[in-house]
Every structure is written in structure tokens, then in C-alpha cells.
Write a protein that binds this ligand. Structure first.
Ligand code: NAP
Length: 276
């Protein structure tokens, strides 16, 4: 019987790290992250390198598999380069099965905690192809190869159409979070209604105007914190599960420490409507 990790309150993202992926994954674990986000998409992630970092951390006694929350993704053909984790001629259900089997091998485990559809096939709406992929992902959950399921890069329309087509909805939504779109307010409201956990990425890089805004700078100065920490604390205060992909140990420490910052309800409200 497996002893599973809780859903963490911060995820360490492993995109764009190439050869530094094993060492940065290991560093993040030593610094205290217990949630790791990756994807079987060699174009932006080196998932096997994440596995190497995990293996080194396990043997050094930093963490056990059971204490970790591992999340990876199924990326369709259009999001991949030539380094595919499945046969491109196979049907989509087979591609999902092949991609997850390859992820489990890369990560040296027999289950992931969360399996995420990296993006729907079309930006305009949920399609039959997405139905097929999602049904295959649900089967993987039923087979015990993932505990939870998620979708990424989705609009409210995608989510509504998906909900109309599937009784089994996502446990997670992972989106780029722009302050100028009310921090993805409509999607967050949908998630809240259905008890879906909203994972926000690019909280810093998508929102430079927030980081230099006098309100945020003032809160940071008064709280002896950085503007980045205020943004992460805000994200958690409104119920988001934030991601950070920092390569800097000091930023790792600061990002995790943001959980302990005090931020009043008024400040949260002010940041919520700062840009949109
Ligand atoms: N689902 C998707 O399609 C998708 C797309 C993009 C990303 N993601 C996931 O989200 C993760 C995070 O990506 P991201 O787009 O949010 O960007 P990120 O990789 O977290 O980059 C953040 C940038 O901000 C800088 N930074 C400055 N101060 C920082 C601080 N205190 N804490 C953290 N960073 C600080 C970082 O530089 P330093 O390294 O010097 O700190 C870095 O250049 C990715 O690794 C990936 O797992 C998912």
C-alpha cells in the first residue's frame, strides 16, 4: 500500500534547464521543494534529467519517492520537436499510454502524482482529439499510473466544453497567469466552483509591471521581502498553487519563505485588481 505525498503548496518547474536539470532538481529538493513539475516534451524539458536528479536525491537520503509530488505532462505532436516519446503514427490513446510509460521510466517510478494534458489541440475550443486524449488519461488514472489528472493552457471555454463532455474532470488546471487578465480570474472562478486546484506559472515573467508597481514595492519594503515574494504570497492567498523555475538557490529559499509572509486581506484585494 502506497503512502502518498500531499499536494504541495509550491511546485518546482524544470523547464529550460537542459544539462543543469539533474543538479537543479537535486538543489530544489535540498532547499525543501517537495513538488516537481516536468513534461515528456524534450523540446523544453529534460525529463530523464529530472529522473537523474531524483535518483541522486533518493540515494543521498534527501527525500523518498513517497514524500514527493511528481507531475508530468502529455504533449501532443504539435508541441513536440523530432524527439517524440511515442510513435507519431499511433492513435492518440496509444500515444498517451506510450508517453506516460516513457515518463515513468524517465522518472524511475511506477506512478506519477499528477498527469497533465499540456494543451488542447486547438486554441479555440475542446475537440474530439482532446476527448480521445482525456479518455486515455482517465484510463491511466484508473490503472493507478497517476493519482490525479490536469489540463494546461486552457480557456474558460475549453473547460466548459470539457465539463460538458466528461464526467471525470481535472483535479488541476495549470495556466500562465497574467495580472492584466485579472490573474486569470474567470478560469480561477471556474476552478474554485469545482474544487479544481489552479496552478499558476509565469507569475513573475508575465507580470513585470506588477513587480515594479509602487504598491507591491511598498508591501515588499514594509515586509522585508522582495516583490517576487509578495507576488507568490498573493498567489497562495487567493488559492493558487504557484510554480517557480528559478535556478538560483537564494531565490529558491525566498520563494519557499514567501509562504510565511503576512499579507492583509486589503493588500490581497488591491493586488488582485492591480492591473486588470
Ligand atoms: N504548462 C505550460 O505550458 C508551462 C509553460 C511554462 C512554464 N511551465 C512550468 O512553470 C515553471 C516555471 O516557469 P515560469 O514561466 O514561471 O518561469 P521561471 O522558469 O520560474 O522563470 C522565472 C524567472 O524569474 C527570475 N526570478 C527573479 N527573481 C526570482 C525569484 N525570487 N523567484 C523565482 N524566479 C525569480 C528567474 O531567474 P533566476 O533563475 O535567476 O532566479 C527566471 O528568469 C516551468 O519550469 C515549467 O515547469 C509550464
Amino acid at each position: 500500500m502506497n503512502d502518498f505525498a500531499p499536494v504541495p503548496d509550491f511546485l518546482y518547474g524544470t523547464a529550460w534547464k537542459e544539462d543543469r536539470t539533474p543538479s537543479l532538481t537535486g538543489l530544489a529538493l535540498r532547499m525543501g521543494f517537495r513538488g516537481i513539475d516536468t513534461a515528456n516534451q524534450r523540446r523544453h524539458y529534460f525529463e530523464a534529467g529530472v529522473g537523474q536528479g531524483l535518483a541522486a536525491a533518493y540515494s543521498a537520503g534527501v527525500v523518498t519517492r513517497a514524500a514527493l509530488f511528481l507531475q508530468t505532462k502529455f504533449t501532443s505532436r504539435s508541441g513536440q520537436d523530432h524527439r517524440l516519446p511515442y510513435e507519431p503514427s499511433a492513435d492518440l490513446s496509444t500515444q498517451v499510454a506510450q508517453s506516460l510509460a516513457s515518463s515513468l521510466e524517465h522518472l524511475g517510478t511506477d506512478y506519477v502524482d499528477s498527469y497533465v494534458l499540456h494543451g488542447p489541440a486547438s486554441g479555440y475550443g475542446w475537440t474530439d482529439a482532446d476527448d480521445e486524449v482525456w479518455a486515455a488519461m482517465v484510463k491511466e488514472r484508473e490503472a493507478g499510473r497517476t493519482r490525479f489528472l490536469g489540463v494546461s493552457n486552457v480557456s474558460l471555454r475549453h473547460l466548459q466544453q470539457m465539463a460538458a463532455a466528461h464526467a471525470d474532470g481535472p483535479d488541476f488546471v495549470q495556466n500562465r497567469c497574467y495580472a492584466r487578465l485579472g490573474w486569470d480570474r474567470a478560469v480561477r472562478a471556474f476552478c474554485k466552483e469545482r474544487e479544481i486546484i489552479y496552478q499558476g506559472f509565469s507569475l513573475l515573467t508575465a507580470n513585470p509591471e506588477v513587480l515594479r508597481h509602487p504598491l507591491v514595492a511598498g508591501l515588499a519594503a514594509r515586509g522585508k521581502a522582495t516583490p517576487a515574494q509578495i507576488v507568490f504570497r498573493f498567489a497562495q492567498a487567493v488559492g493558487m498553487l504557484p510554480l517557480t523555475g528559478t535556478s538560483d538557490p537564494e531565490h529558491m529559499e525566498q520563494d519557499l519563505a514567501s509562504r510565511g509572509l503576512a499579507l492583509s486581506a486589503e493588500s490581497v484585494q488591491a493586488i488582485e485588481s492591480l492591473a486588470g
